[in-house]
Design a protein around this ligand. Structure first.
Ligand code: DOR
Ligand code: ZN
Length: 350
């Protein structure tokens, strides 16, 4: 097969940042995806409906002329979030989820939740109004091994939370382990997961390939080959519980290539092409459309997009870097080839 036409996809987990960074990265996403679930971990974080609506306006204003793209906004949960704020957010019609960052788990998570029991009333309200909970699933105890933090989170936090709130819809974001695949695949109704391109295409060896590779560092960190294989098998199996969320997370080159580099991989420049490679390797290109364009929309209760995206199997070389305001952005696969490219994109968001 040299060409593939799929329904226009959605990126169900994306970091767009703000201001010059936003203007630099948004076109990559908007040329591929009709919509994206936009993460709220700005500085300061998007903790209220009002902030989410203002951020949405800035995103729309940053779109290149003539490009239609729908940002789907999220709230950043803190120990102070109130059930009333959830009601407001739901009533706005533009906030589609609230994100649980365990405090200290990742980039810009210091204002996050210190103990999930503190937000039980908020989670209860979310279940009532049918708002989706998006979860960064890692425990934050510095004594827990880096590679065990997701599995420990499932047992200690997520499984009990999902039981306490039986009707709450939960997206376990950017899953990285076989344990997470099993939890999601066998979980109760209303549990789903996003999967990134890097966790489908690379294992933790990629962090040390010929030297220390800061541009392969993200959180949750890349895991073992058995974990990668389990993720790929899960998405290739076509279950509607797994869907596309790139977690494209741009950081300036200087913030990555330093003694204490930021976590985050920029992949929006090839946000669907990289998945095509992964699905092709699994012999499951026929499952790409469900994963990229249907399962996420269905889970969020959104109409599926009506346009199409045409991918061609024609390799291209990724630039060494892209402009990023006054700085540079090093994309995933910089200077290397990607097997698929976009031939055409048609149609506005649903
Ligand atoms: O690698 C990551 N980068 N993981 C996250 O959870 C946050 C993200 C970011 O915002 O840079
Ligand atoms: Zn993220």
């Amino acid at each position: 097969m040299t060409s593939l036409v799929i329904r226009r996809p959605d990126d169900c987990h994306l970091h767009l940042r703000d201001e010059t960074a936003l203007r630099a990265v948004l076109p990559f996403t908007a040329t591929r995806f009709a919509r994206a679930i936009v993460m709220p971990n700005l500085k300061p974080p998007i903790t209220t409906t009002e902030l989410a609506l203002a951020y949405r306006k800035r995103i729309l204003a940053a779109l290149p002329p003539g490009v239609s793209f729908e940002p789907l906004m999220t709230l950043y949960l803190t120990d102070q979030t109130t059930p009333q704020e959830i009601t407001r957010a739901q009533a706005s019609g533009t906030v589609h989820g609230a994100k649980l960052y365990p405090a200290g788990a990742t980039t810009h998570s210091d204002a996050g939740v210190t103990d999930v029991r503190r937000i039980d009333a908020v989670l209860e309200r979310m279940a009532e109004v049918s708002m989706v909970l998006q979860v960064h699933g890692e425990v934050t105890d510095p004594d827990v091994d880096m590679f065990d933090r997701e599995a420990r989170f499932i047992d200690e936090v997520l499984a009990p939370l999902a039981e306490r709130h039986r009707t709450l819809r939960v997206v376990f974001e950017h899953i990285t382990t076989r344990a997470a695949v099993q939890f999601v695949a066998s979980g109760r109704k209303g549990i789903a997961a996003t999967v990134t391109p890097q966790h489908l295409l690379m294992n933790r060896n990629a962090l040390f390939e010929g030297g220390l590779r800061p541009h392969h560092y993200c959180l949750p960190v890349l895991k073992a080959e058995a974990d990668r294989a389990a993720l790929l098998a899960a998405v290739a199996g076509g279950s509607e519980r797994f869907f596309l969320g790139t977690d494209s997370a741009p950081h300036a080159r200087a913030a990555k290539e330093t003694a204490c580099g930021c976590a985050g991989i920029f992949s929006a420049h090839a946000g669907i092409e990289l998945y095509a490679e992964a699905f092709e390797a699994a012999g499951a290109l026929d499952k790409l459309e469900g994963f990229a364009s249907c399962h996420g929309a269905d889970f969020y209760g959104l109409p599926r997009n009506t346009g199409t995206l045409t991918l061609t199997r024609e390799p291209w070389e990724v630039p060494q870097h892209y402009p990023f305001g006054a700085d540079e952005l090093v994309p995933l696969r910089a200077g290397e080839r990607i097997a698929w490219r976009i031939a055409a994109a048609r149609g506005a968001p649903a």
